[in-house]
Ligand binder design. Structure first.
Ligand SMILES: [Zn+2]
Length: 230
């Protein structure tokens, strides 16, 4: 019997390569080990995430997509979809909402994980835009009078069982990742372009996970705001 009997498929929608792994890597490792089919939707290729003066956006995109694919293989993520929007320029438009809704209808996930768009003082515009667009896309994907053009090409409405907002302002769902913490650290470390030059990140990731688990008595945890449907 699976540890997650209600979840056959999970979809994570995040702004940049490394966001999903930093926010939810321990949860993803638990899911894939339990046989859950996991898909990553990475909205930008992180083309601007470098302080190297010799780097170009297109080369960085190539590097970061390769890093994300390596991590996906390592964690057992089945499918990684790069939407290749420009880093730093995402906006919560109707077109972007339709794009995410189409993927929800196509992959029919039972659970969707994304950025918490209501996180206070969330500075990165891409994180806000992806969070709110994904929440809106859940609504558009589930009702049959929305997105009739998608239904016409064989993508009927789909409603997930739940939505998990990562790094939530007011979390109410705690996932014990004590047994997958080392997998998370290894996964995150494979985003070399982002972390190789950052001293002490492992300790900070551990401290955060430990503080999130402390109230429940878990060594390490990831926490979410959980919105259940039906
Ligand atoms: Zn990010």
């Amino acid at each position: 019997m699976s540890q997650f009997p209600d979840i056959a498929r999970a979809m994570l929608v995040f702004a940049h390569p490394d966001d999903a792994d930093l926010s939810a890597g321990g949860t993803v490792a638990k899911w894939t080990r339990a046989g859950v089919e996991v898909a990553y939707v990475i909205c930008t290729s992180g083309q601007r995430g470098s302080k190297d003066p010799t780097m170009t956006p297109s080369r960085l995109a190539e590097i970061r997509e390769a890093e994300q694919l390596d991590v996906a293989r390592y964690l057992g993520v089945k499918k990684t979809i790069f939407l290749r929007h420009m880093d730093g320029e995402l906006e919560a438009t109707k077109a972007f909402r339709g794009e995410i809704a189409m993927l929800i209808r196509r992959y029919t996930p039972d659970v969707i994980v994304t950025h918490d768009p209501w996180m206070l003082y969330q500075l990165h515009p891409d994180h806000r835009a992806v969070g709110i667009t994904t929440v809106d896309a859940v609504v558009a994907a589930r009702d049959h009078l929305y997105l009739l053009d998608q239904a016409e090409i064989g993508l009927p409405p789909h409603q997930p069982k739940e939505l998990l907002l990562a790094r939530a302002e007011k979390p109410d769902y705690v996932v014990d990742i004590s047994d997958t913490m080392e997998l998370k650290i290894e996964a995150v470390s494979r985003h070399h372009s982002q972390l190789d030059h950052v001293p002490g990140w492992r300790e900070r990731v551990r401290e955060l996970a430990a503080s999130r688990g402390s109230a429940e008595g878990f060594t390490y945890a990831e926490t979410y705001k959980r919105i259940q449907f039906r």
